[in-house]
Every structure is written in structure tokens, then in C-alpha cells.
Design a protein around this ligand. Sequence first.
Ligand code: ATP
Length: 201
Amino acid sequence: MTIVGLTGGIGSGKSTVAQYLKELGSTIIDADLIAHELTRKDQKATAEIVKLFGNGCLTEEGHLDRSFLRRQIHEHPADKLKLESLLHPMILNECKQQLKHAKSKTPYHVLMAPLLLEVPDFKNLCQTIIVVSVDREKQITRVMNRNNFNENEVLAIMKNQLSDEERKQQADYLIYNNGTLNELHEEVAKLDQKLKSAPLK
Ligand code: ATP
């Protein structure tokens, strides 16, 4: 079964594309969701994070204090590396497990990960890469509206991601998400047809 990687910058429309592909019969493995689940209260990854950063990274109720961690890794790049070295192998392992058991009605499964191209182990799982791209102004506005962030908060996140140009260079298929949701839907349906007729890898 072919594994199709789906990636793009923050707010580019990955989840929206994934939802459409799911409606067309594909199973979606969502690395972000997996990361979230691995770091729920009392999960193994949460305990390991506490070992690294101390009890200060937990809320009073014992949940991971995600905004504390975001600040910590923003201010201390070495901590970002430590956190990634801990989490990426766990996320990768869970992605592999889910892929092993996945059932799609299409001849491909989809692995959706924001850092797919930044982390070679994720990229190497995929035989084909879809990149979702959106014009910078639209991207900023969509994320500001969705997350209630101000422009500087969006720019700070974008600064930590690959540029759109770098992503596009690694794409087998590109989806431009500058139009309406209906137009995106049509693009995804066309892409699904192309993937179905592409030689299986
Ligand atoms: P993240 O990386 O932050 O998880 P994402 O790449 O998964 O984001 P989405 O959540 O799919 O992006 O889309 C970002 C926001 O933009 C959402 O609120 C979504 O509803 C909206 N959106 C996506 N595509 C369009 C479109 N073509 N027209 C209008 N709004 C859109």
C-alpha cells in the first residue's frame, strides 16, 4: 500500500485536505493528533517530559502545560531539541503501528504531519508527498481567525517552519489553497484520481 505524506505550513489547509481525502475513502494517520494523545495526562511521554523539564511543566490538575512548554522551547533552543528527540521517535513508532493496521478504500493511506519534510524519518515512510500551499497573507489571516492569534504570534510560528519554497521543491503533488473551500474540494478530488491511477509503489 502506498503511503502518501501530506504536509504544508501552519494553516495551509492540511486538515481540510485530509478530511476530503478521508471522505474519498483514505485512512488518515495524523501525527499531530498522535503527539497530542501521547502527551495526555498520565501518558508515558508526559512522564518523560516531566523528567526533562520538572513539575513546572504540569498544571495543578496534572495536565501538560502546553503554553509553558511552547515558551520554554521558544526561549531555549536546546530544550526544543531535547523535546523533539524524546517525542519524534515515539510519534514515529505510533504512526508506523497505525499504518500497519490501517485499512483504506483507496490504494493509499495518508500520513499527515506538519514536520514531514523537516524530520527525515517521517519523510522516508512516504512514497509520495503532497504539499498544501497558500499565499502568505491568506495563511496569516486564516490562522489569526482560527486561533485568535495576533499577527506576530503567527509569524513566530512560521519562522520556525520551512519556507513554502523549500516545501514545494520536495513535493510530488502541489495543492494551492487560495480559493474557496469548494475549489479546494475539487482540487482534492482531482488529486485523488491522479493518485489512484499512479503506478503503485
Ligand atoms: P495547522 O497546521 O495549523 O494544523 P492546517 O494546515 O491543518 O493547519 P486547516 O486547519 O485545514 O490547516 O485550515 C486552517 C484554517 O483555514 C481553518 O480554519 C480552515 O477552516 C480554513 N480554511 C482552509 N482552507 C480554506 C479555504 N479554501 N477557504 C477558507 N478557509 C479555509
